[in-house]
Design a protein around this ligand. Structure first.
Ligand code: CU
Length: 597
C-alpha cells in the first residue's frame, strides 16, 4: 500500500513531542476561544456541491453567483476524523463542463477545521483509476514529517487507501494552511485538476475578542484549464486559464458600509500568482502563511505567490460595486503571462455599521535575527535556456538523495538565489521562516512565512551580464546574484527548533511545473547532523565559484519515487535513537532559548 516505514511520530510522544517540546506559543494562544466554531461537531455542508453541479451562464453582472464559503469539517473532542476520496467526476465549473479528479466530488473541497492539540485522522482513498499515484501534504503545518504524518514520500496507488494520523502540537500557530497532493512529477497536474483544500487551525482572531463575531469569508483561489472537457496533463502555465474563487466565477461578495470582515485567502492553485486588489478598499493583513504578523500590514494590493495564504480585514466603503481582482503580474522575460483578471465583485449596501476598531496591538513573535545561525548555506535556483528543466545548486531532484542535512535545535541562514529570468517561489515544509533580506536590502521584521517570491533576473543597461532573453522566452548567459548585483536573492532565517519536525522533508519551488521538473530537494532534520554538515555549499564556498558557473542546470534523470522508502526508514531510526537518548536523560539536543512569540 505504501512504501514508507510505519514508525509513528508519537513513538516517544510522551516525553518529546508533547511533554518537553520547546515552549514556543504566543501567549495569546492559551486564551479561551469563544469563536462560533469552537463547539466542534463534524459538519459537511454540501451547499457548494449543488452550486458547482448546476450549470452556470458566466460572469455577467446579471448572473453573478453569490459567494459561498467552502464546506467545513470540524474536529470533535480533539479529533478530526474524515475521508477524502479522489475520483473522477463530471462537473460544470465557471459555466464549462469538465471531467476531472476531485476530493469527494467537490471543486471546492471541505476546509478542515481543528484546534492546536487536536489529531487529524484523514483516510485518503485513491479511486482515480488512471494509473496515477497520489498522496497528501499538509502545507505549512508544523507537524511530524514521518509516516503516518505529513510524509510527502508516501505513495497511494489507485485502488488503495492510506490512513494519515497527524498530531497538531498544542502550541501550533493558528491560521490558514492547506492540503494537496505531493506526488513528485505529477503534483502540478493533480493540483491543477482540482485537488487542493484549506486547513484552518483556529483561532486566528483569538487575540482580538472584539472581532469574534465578524463575518468570515474563506476563499480558495484556484484556476482551471479545460481542453476538450478535460484538464490537460500537465497544464501549461503559459496557456489561458479560468481563475475562480471557491469554484465560482466572479461571485458577488456583500458587505455593509463600515462593516469589518475577515477574508482568509489561499492561493492553492498549481502554478500561478495573484496580486490582489479590491477597488476603493485597503487590505489590512493580520496573518501570512498561517502565522500572525507582528503588526498590522496595510496594502493597496497584495502579492500572493503560489501556495501563499493571507488573512486580512476589510472595511466596507461607500455603497456601490467594487471589482475584486488580481492585477497583471510581471513574471519575467522567461515567465508566463499573468494578466489582470476579475475575481469577484464586492457589493457595499445596507445600513452603515460602526463600533468595531481595527486591531493595533499584535502578539509578539521571536525575531530570529537575535540568534546566531548554526550554519549559512546558499541555494541557487536555475533553469535551462528553454525553461523546460529546473535545478537547485545545479542538479534536478533525485528522490534517492538527501541534499541537505541539518541539526535540530539550530537556526540556519539560507541565501536563496534566483539565477533565472522568471520568478520562482521558495517553500520549505514543516515550518515558517523569517525573511531578512531581499535583493540585497534589509527587510523589516513583520512576521514569518513558509513561501517567498524570488524576483527574476534580466539584463538591463546597468546589468548587461544578467540573462539575455529572446521574444520566445529563451534566455542565455544567465548569472546568479552576487554581492554586487543581488537582484533575485533572498536571505531567510530558518528555525529548526521544534523536535516534532525531525525526519525527512523537502524544500522546493512551489510553481508546480518547476517542482515536477527538478526544482525540489530533500532535507534531513535530525539531532545527529553536525552543526553545519558538509554537503550543501556554504556561502564561503559559493563566493569562490563564478556566478555564471552557478547558473547552470545539469539534467539528471529523476529516480523513481519509491526509492525514498529506505531514507524514510533511516529518518525513523534516527528519531527512535534520539528519543531513547532523551528518555535516558541526555539533553542538549536543542539549546535554543524558548520562543518569545
Ligand atoms: Cu519555480
Amino acid at each position: 500500500m505504501t512504501t514508507t516505514s510505519t514508525i509513528a511520530a508519537d513513538q516517544c510522544a510522551d516525553t518529546v513531542l508533547r511533554g518537553e517540546r520547546w515552549r514556543r506559543g504566543f501567549q495569546v494562544r492559551h486564551r479561551p476561544t469563544d469563536r462560533p466554531f469552537a463547539g466542534q461537531i463534524p459538519t459537511l455542508c454540501l451547499v457548494l456541491a449543488s452550486l458547482l453541479l448546476a450549470p452556470r451562464t458566466g460572469a455577467t453582472a446579471e448572473h453573478r453567483p453569490d459567494f459561498v464559503n467552502p464546506p467545513e469539517i470540524k474536529s470533535e473532542n480533539g479529533v478530526l476524523e474524515t475521508e477524502l476520496i479522489v475520483a473522477p467526476h463530471t462537473i460544470v465549473v465557471g459555466g464549462e463542463k469538465v471531467t476531472t479528479n476531485l476530493y469527494n466530488g467537490l471543486f471546492a473541497p471541505p476546509t478542515l477545521r481543528l484546534n492546536p492539540g487536536d489529531t487529524l485522522r484523514l483516510k485518503l482513498t485513491n479511486q482515480k483509476g488512471e494509473g496515477e499515484n497520489t498522496n497528501v501534504h499538509y502545507h505549512g503545518t508544523n507537524v511530524s514529517p514521518l509516516a503516518p504524518g505529513d510524509n510527502a514520500f508516501v505513495t497511494i496507488r489507485p485502488g488503495e487507501s492510506y490512513q494519515y494520523v497527524i498530531d497538531f502540537p498544542k502550541d501550533h500557530p493558528q491560521g490558514l494552511f492547506w492540503y494537496h497532493p505531493h506526488w513528485h512529477s505529477t503534483t502540478e497536474y493533480q493540483i491543477g485538476s482540482g485537488l487542493s483544500g484549506l486547513i484552518s487551525v483556529d483561532d486566528v482572531l483569538a487575540p482580538w475578542p472584539e472581532l469574534k463575531d465578524i463575518t468570515e469569508r474563506v476563499m480558495i483561489l484556484r484556476d482551471i484549464q479545460i481542453k476538450h472537457g478535460r484538464v490537460p496533463n500537465p497544464p501549461d502555465p503559459g496557456d489561458p486559464t479560468m481563475r475562480l474563487v471557491n469554484g465560482l466565477r466572479n461571485p458577488t461578495i456583500p458587505i455593509k458600509p463600515g462593516e469589518v470582515q475577515l477574508w482568509r485567502v489561499g492561493n492553492i492553485g498549481a502554478d500561478i500568482y495573484y496580486d490582489l486588489e479590491i477597488e476603493g478598499h485597503k487590505i489590512y493583513e493580520i496573518a501570512r502563511d498561517g502565522v500572525r504578523n507582528t503588526q498590522p500590514m496595510i496594502y493597496d494590493h497584495l502579492l500572493l505567490p503560489t501556495s501563499s495564504r493571507s488573512e486580512f480585514l476589510i472595511v466596507g466603503g461607500e455603497p456601490g460595486q467594487y471589482i475584486f481582482r488580481t492585477r497583471e503580474i510581471d513574471m519575467g522575460p522567461a515567465g508566463d503571462p499573468h494578466p489582470k483578471t476579475t475575481l469577484g465583485t464586492l457589493v457595499v449596501s445596507g445600513p452603515k455599521q460602526t463600533g468595531i476598531k481595527l486591531p493595533e496591538i499584535f502578539p509578539g513573535l521571536q525575531d530570529l535575527r537575535t540568534v546566531t545561525p548554526c550554519c549559512k548555506r546558499v541555494f541557487d535556483f536555475s533553469e535551462t535556456p528553454d525553461g523546460e528543466q529546473f535545478c537547485i545548486n545545479n542538479v534536478q531532484t533525485d528522490m534517492s538523495v538527501v541534499n541537505t542535512r541539518v541539526r535540530i535545535g539550530c537556526v540556519e541562514e539560507w541565501t536563496i538565489n534566483n539565477c533565472a529570468a522568471e520568478n520562482h517561489v521558495f517553500h520549505h515544509h514543516q515550518l515558517q521562516f523569517q525573511v531578512v533580506k531581499k535583493n540585497g536590502k534589509d527587510v523589516p521584521f513583520t512576521g514569518w512565512q513558509d513561501t517567498v517570491n524570488l524576483d527574476y533576473r534580466a539584463a538591463d543597461k546597468k546589468h548587461p551580464n544578467r540573462c539575455k532573453c529572446g521574444s520566445d522566452g529563451n534566455c542565455t548567459g544567465c548569472t546568479c546574484p552576487t554581492a554586487d548585483d543581488p537582484q533575485g536573492s533572498v536571505v531567510v532565517l530558518v528555525p529548526y527548533l521544534d523536535p516534532v519536525i525531525t525526519g525527512n522533508s523537502v524544500y522546493h519551488c512551489h510553481i508546480g511545473e518547476h517542482e515536477d521538473n527538478g526544482m525540489m530537494q530533500i532535507i534531513s532534520v535530525s539531532p545527529d547532523a553536525g552543526r553545519c554538515e558538509p554537503g550543501t555549499p556554504s556561502s564561503v564556498d559559493r563566493e569562490k565559484i563564478a556566478s555564471t558557473e552557478r547558473a547552470s542546470c545539469l539534467k539528471r534523470r529523476k529516480k523513481d519515487h519509491d526509492d525514498h522508502a529506505a531514507l524514510d526508514r533511516f529518518a525513523a531510526d534516527l528519531l527512535a535513537s534520539w528519543c531513547s537518548a532523551r528518555n535516558a536523560g541526555a539533553t542538549g539536543v536543542a539549546s535554543f532559548s524558548p520562543w518569545k512569540r
